[in-house]
Design a protein around this ligand. Sequence first.
Ligand code: FAD
Length: 388
Amino acid sequence: MKNVVIIGSGLSGLSCAYYLKKNGINTAIYDQSNQIGGRIFSENIDGFICDNGFQILLNNYQEVKKILDYKDLNMNYFESGATIYTDSQMYKVYNPIFHPIKSLKSDFNKIFSYSDYLNVLKTLFINNDMSTKQYFKRSFSKSANRLFFEPFFKGVFLDDNLENDFIFFKKLFIKFAFGKAGLPKNGMYELVKQIKEKSKILNINFNMKLKNISNNIAFFQNGEKVSFDYIILALPIETINVLFNLNLKIDYNTNSTFYIKSEKNVLGKALLLVPDKKYKINSIQCLSNVSSNYSNNNKSLYSVSSNDHNAKKETIIKEFTKITKIQQSEMQLIKSYRIKKALHKNIYKIDRKDNIYFCGDWQKEPSIDGALKSGRLTAEKIINICKT
Ligand SMILES: Cc1cc2nc3c(=O)[nH]c(=O)nc-3n(C[C@H](O)[C@H](O)[C@H](O)COP(=O)(O)OP(=O)(O)OC[C@H]3O[C@@H](n4cnc5c(N)ncnc54)[C@H](O)[C@@H]3O)c2cc1C
């Protein structure tokens, strides 16, 4: 039996371990942290579930379907559509695919023109090499862009400049249009727990920061050494960049998420978009309205997202009050996450080096599905080698 070692226990490393185990290959996992899951974790604070940044799970992620059971995650879904706050006014739009009647009665026609309807349909059938921003500018009306497409996808890509390519936009656009965005009842960390359970990974080693690799031995910062036949580095691209002196230029989209509790329940189950550029807030959502388990004390839990990881707490609170009309005396900030390296802007292709293999969302796309896919594809390579 070959000795296979995985470094990194984010979704890509766990997915790799899952497929290897399914094919009879046991692995040992090592991570620098003291828990598995990497960028996905949830904390329980004062009876509220706070995820590491506002993250959602779509119900039509193909790779998720291959490993996880949505039913066992007890998914709770956002209302498909959005509320939009602009110039002190609220607009409401519903996704016509899920809410055809409601969408007719909503503010759809104040935001979208007939040519927008046609161009939405056209988007499903075309390809091009434009950036998302360029595509929006060329295809949709000013109000559709300003009030819906731009703020919505700025929140998805965590990028105010919408620089990512059309292909990634189109993929997510189709997923959002025909699927539902939701949260596992008990928080995003349920994903991680379920993969761990399903893959029956027993050999997980924490506080093991990989320092370097030489002659089939992995050296860790704490002085420990581990030998291997094959090693899979399920690590962030910047760690690989340093380990192998690749000199890659890596840029990230950033995020800050603020969790606020209040007795007041003012938003429904929809995402509230804040399109005006003078605001730091990009979106607000009442998580406890989507899944009541996000709060176990009858108070409402709001998550407030900004694409500026340095956004000032005072500014966010002030804007939150202005938008929701919840006064500062009626709320309390319970946690903020400032994530400087939330999503990498580019995709990187790095070939295996002898018996060193790689996986991570940076190989495919910066998403849960991208991370799971890269883990699966890397596992398949090892499985093929072990068979021969
Ligand atoms: C704020 C935010 C919002 C997001 N929103 C969404 C969303 O709504 N939907 C969606 O699909 N995706 C979303 N994502 C993306 C998704 O979370 C990631 O794509 C995915 O979790 C990445 O998994 P990974 O295994 O590739 O990397 P990571 O999760 O980064 O895993 C890497 C692992 O390597 C370990 N490690 C690093 N260096 C070392 C070392 N030297 N030695 C040992 N271990 C090391 C780390 O501790 C970590 O466990 C979001 C991400 C963020 C941050």
